[in-house]
Design a binder for this molecule. Sequence first.
Ligand SMILES: [Zn+2]
Length: 191
Amino acid sequence: MDNEKTCSLCGKPLSKYGNRKIKDGVLCRNCIKAASPWLTEEAYEKLSLDDYRKHLEYRELNKEKLKAFEAAKSIAGKYSLYLDEKDQQFLISKRKDYKKENADVMSLDDIREITIYEERYLDGNDVDICFDMKLKNDQIGDVCFRVNEFPGLIRDSEEHKAALDLALSYLDAFENEDGLDFEQAEGESDE
Ligand SMILES: [Zn+2]
């Protein structure tokens, strides 16, 4: 069997687009459907096929965790934050119907560091506001997303202020949780 042409997990022929490289193979578009949306390309590249199988098992268990998840508090945005204070858990989802999406339920204890930063476009002054969480979670190490709905904000515009306010309100929601202890940094990125 030619490893370059077939999916390492299901063995079906790979399509031209939508495949993901892993450490010891390639996954087809269909086999990555059930994966966490927070897995970045770099995260995939570090996974072995066995790691990925474990990830899928984790995703199945997540469905059970979601059934018990009760969002007592939420902050709406392009990505919405839902907090289950009773169980000290949270999730972040682009969709209202986060159960259908099987959004990853994460523990507040997993938060190691939160950074809000501006990403500046190389060819101008436009920026995006990014919210980045480093987690000590063995399946998802990093949750990073653009806070503004549409890319490219003009600095000090209304939209820019609104996006920054939203990012800070996510941060406040986490900070208001008792006993939560993580490093916090605010900065700028020129990437
Ligand atoms: Zn496959």
